[in-house]
Design a protein around this ligand. Structure first.
Ligand code: 26Q
Length: 800
């Protein structure tokens, strides 16, 4: 907790909130809106982060501690206020302060827009890591882009996804400190000149990267690190030379580039190949971060050969992989190192995390584009390639530049000390598939660091009923040592504990049913199974498998409504990339099925389908604690890890899932008997896709699946229109690269086992308790300790 001597009392908080309302916001209490109060409260809480922030900075300097820099194009933070209150240990005092001021706490907290500077798992992982780094007192900076528009907003029109721009910065963002003094000019394009053996790059375009800092407070409020986001600003408003020559459009070009550079997050989480603006964004982030890192390092140590000793840089996927060539460029062209020294310093400092095996998601850039935007880096990439080939005897398969493209995965791999995958299975597959040849050349380079999530946000904050039950049963130690949850094991069979666990879950289900779901017009019975699949819509994640099973179940229920069914509410959430037509068809299908099924008088008390639009971090915080069943049903070998799967487990949902990503480890830890496994494993799946006609054969062998597909094809969910889902049906029938058909029967059968288990309360509650008790491994604290020990050689810092 915060120091009891300096921790603010309710009186202090009330006074500060009133002070900020008056002097920061300029409102009096009678006329203040929820927004005004939120600003006043946020400034009050932010003030309390400054002390620990300074203390952390000072301790890091004083002890000359190694710093960690996490470079990521995405930080999917969500709301900050509730999390900051909890980490500062002020939940009770703030509840009292809200009450004293006559404010509705939840209304104030939910007035905050999500900071949605990310697409999904990779961005949310970065946010969990920032929280754990601060909680563990590891000196760290997150570097990212201050997108004016985060991930697009989603709504449904006639069941179809419609996107609109997200505008979180339209309101003032109370958490950040603008740092105009920390700014760097970032160049693009132009040409390279060689003078006296040194390369000089003369860019023809430039923008200013300006720092905006947000403190990230750790649990207990002792330590805060910095999330530094770069905003793009024009270096000159007008090119006066061109302006005076009458070329007005060209004269405004510098401003136009700056305006677009940090304008919007790319919404495709499988690479949308080859967009110049995206490459510029990646370089903008990386170059600004490296300038900043070197400036800070030079101020303290001066000798760049010591960089690996004092600095560890983590590349969150290949998006900032230009860091390798950029660091070499700075060391050679600005600081006079030769290539070999520069390469070794870079390799001693940089590390890279791989998050995907999907071939279409591996980043490549056409050499003509890369060379035009970053001419000096293109030369350095060629040097790295030649050097690596000479040093290792590596052939074309391990080359960075091949087929007229720069391959960012190979570049990252070759330029770093350690490469890591994000689950045990994924790391094995990284070794045996994408980087098989590089792994043979560098057998010690690839490590595994299984993902984790922060229990502060995902348990203590998101699930107060369960958190209080845990506190009562095993004490509060789980908050910082999630393995403490194992002490629940002895209570798992205890009827009294089971009742309380069930009551906690039910409270969350009622809140969801009466709130979000009722708002959609869905009547959800809190005693039904709440079956939840929330994640980006992707073919490999197989939301299609889930909705086909829903149709098949509905058909069985409709035919025999008086049989012994276990009622279900199927809940979907997630966005499709705007150009991903098949994913959008799946959304349309889910909404079309929901419209029919929810209104079937024969079955509506047995089955409901809900798809709340605009799934985001805040919605996850409501859905996950209310889930009984977690859907983790990707085609085996395709999901690198998953992190939602971990959040569900620690919140007492059981998993129905494949042997994919971290599901494998979840199942091993919670026990096979407490996990609903189905489907082919990665090896079987790999073999099956190559069999001609595999989908058609599977459909012919599965009456349930066939019925479901026929219902779609005959217009059962489209008012009789038979062509609405042609593309989807055709792909399922003739291609089915993600094996929806082949895994269907196994999935359907496993779902019926879920029905039976749920009907037996004592059995289900015991399984849920054991899932929670055995989920301690999935804390991001454990993950970060792994990175600190195995990759960064960084140590926690003690405060004076
Ligand atoms: C790349 C280039 C251009 C535009 C966009 C992108 C891009 C953006 C985001 C490519 C990929 C992503 C995101 C990937 C991602 O979220 N991967 C997920 O990472 C999680 C954290 O490790 C894993 O748990 C998931 O399994 C993995 O899918």
């Amino acid at each position: 907790m915060t120091d009891p001597l300096t921790a603010p009392t309710t009186d202090d908080l009330v006074r500060q909130i009133q002070h900020h309302l008056t002097f920061t916001i300029g409102k009096d209490a009678e006329h203040a809106s929820t927004y005004d109060w939120r600003m006043a409260v946020s400034h009050t809480i932010r003030d309390l982060m400054v002390g620990p922030w300074f203390a952390a900075t000072r301790a890091t300097y004083d002890q000359q501690a190694k710093r960690v820099y996490y470079l990521s194009m995405e930080f999917l933070i969500g709301r900050i206020l509730g999390d900051a209150i909890i980490n500062l240990g002020l939940d009770q005092e703030m509840d009292a302060a809200f009450a004293r001021l006559g404010l509705d706490r939840d209304a104030v907290l939910s007035d905050e827009p999500d900071a949605a500077l990310g697409n999904g798992g990779l961005g949310r992982l970065a946010a969990c890591f920032m929280e754990s780094l601060a909680s563990l007192q590891c000196p760290a900076y997150g570097y990212g882009i201050r997108y004016e528009h985060g991930l697009f907003r989603q709504r449904f029109e006639g069941g179809r996804q419609v996107e609109s721009p997200e505008d979180w910065l339209d309101q003032s963002h109370p958490w950040e400190f603008t740092r105009p003094e920390s700014s760097y000019v970032i160049g693009f394009k132009g040409h390279v000149e060689h003078v006296d053996g040194r390369a000089v790059w003369h860019p023809t375009e430039s923008v200013e990267a300006r720092a905006y800092d947000t403190p990230v407070i750790g649990w207990g409020g002792h330590w805060a690190n910095t999330l530094r986001l770069w905003g793009a600003h024009p270096t000159t408003l007008f090119d006066l030379h061109r302006f005076n020559a009458g070329d007005y459009t060209a004269a405004a070009a510098p401003e136009a580039l700056a305006r677009t550079l940090s304008r919007v997050l790319y919404p495709d989480d499988t690479t949308e190949q080859g967009k110049e603006l995206r490459l510029k964004q990646e370089y903008f982030l990386t170059a600004a971060a490296l300038h900043d890192i070197l400036r800070r390092f030079m101020g303290e140590y001066g000798d760049l050969r010591r960089l690996p000793e004092k600095v560890a840089i983590q590349l969150n996927d290949t998006h900032p992989a230009i860091a390798g060539p950029e660091l070499i460029r700075l060391l050679m062209d600005d600081h006079g190192f030769d290539f070999a020294e520069a390469r070794d310093i870079a390799r001693g400092t940089l590390n890279y995390t791989n998050h995907t095996l999907l071939p279409e998601a591996l980043e490549t850039w056409p050499t003509w584009l890369f060379g035009r935007v970053l001419p000096r880096h293109m030369q350095i990439v060629e040097m790295i390639d030649a050097d690596h080939r000479a040093a290792t005897g590596g052939g074309d398969s391990t080359a960075i530049v091949r087929d007229d493209h720069v391959h960012m995965g190979e570049l990252a791999f070759i330029m770093v000390g350690k490469v890591n995958g994000v689950s045990a299975l994924h790391s094995d597959l990284v070794r045996s598939t994408v980087f098989a040849d590089l792994h043979r050349l560098h057998p010690d380079r690839i490590l595994n660091e299984t993902n984790g999530v922060t229990p502060r946000r995902w348990l203590r904050m998101a699930n107060p009923p369960l958190a209080h039950l845990l506190d009562d049963t095993i004490g509060t130690g789980w908050t910082t040592d999630l393995n403490e949850l194992s002490r629940l094991e002895t209570h798992a069979g205890d009827a009294g504990f089971q009742d309380r666990l069930r009551a906690a879950k039910r409270e969350n289900k009622v809140a969801l049913a009466d709130g979000l779901l009722a708002g959609l017009g869905v009547k959800a019975d809190p005693d039904a199974i709440f079956d939840v699949q929330v994640k980006r819509i992707h073919e490999y994640k197989r939301q299609l498998l889930n909705i086909l099973e829903t149709i098949a179940l509905w058909q069985r229920m409709h035919d025999a409504p008086n049989a012994d069914w276990t009622p279900r509410v199927k809940i979907f959430g997630g966005k499709a990339a705007p150009g991903y037509w098949l994913a959008k068809d799946v959304i349309y299908l889910i909404n079309s099925v929901a419209r029919v099924v929810n209104n079937d008088p024969v079955t509506k008390h047995l089955l409901q389908v809900a798809y709340p639009p605009n799934y985001n971090v805040s919605m996850a915080e409501r859905l996950i604690p209310a889930a009984d069943l977690s859907e983790q049903i990707s085609t085996a070998g395709k999901e690198a890890s998953g992190t939602g799967n971990m959040k569900f487990t620690m919140n007492g949902a059981l998993t129905i899932g494949t042997l994919d990503g971290a599901n494998v480890e979840i199942r091993e830890l919670v026990g096979a008997e407490n996990f609903f496994l189905f489907g082919m494993d990665a090896e079987q799946a790999q073999a099956r896709v190559t069999q001609p006609g595999h989908a058609r054969a599977a459909i012919e062998a599965s009456p349930h699946l066939k019925d479901a597909l026929v219902a779609i094809a005959t217009g059962r969910f489209s008012d009789g229109a038979t062509d609405r889902f042609n593309t989807l049906l055709d792909r399922t029938w003739n291609d089915d690269p993600f094996l929806v058909a082949s895994d269907f029967d196994s999935y359907f059968a496993s779902q019926r086992q879920v029905d039976a288990a749920y009907a037996d309360h004592a059995r289900w509650d015991r399984m849920a308790a054991l899932n929670i008790a055995r989920s301690g491994f999935f804390s991001s604290d454990r993950t970060i300790r792994g990175y600190m020990d195995d990759i960064w050689q960084a140590k926690p810092v003690k405060l004076a």
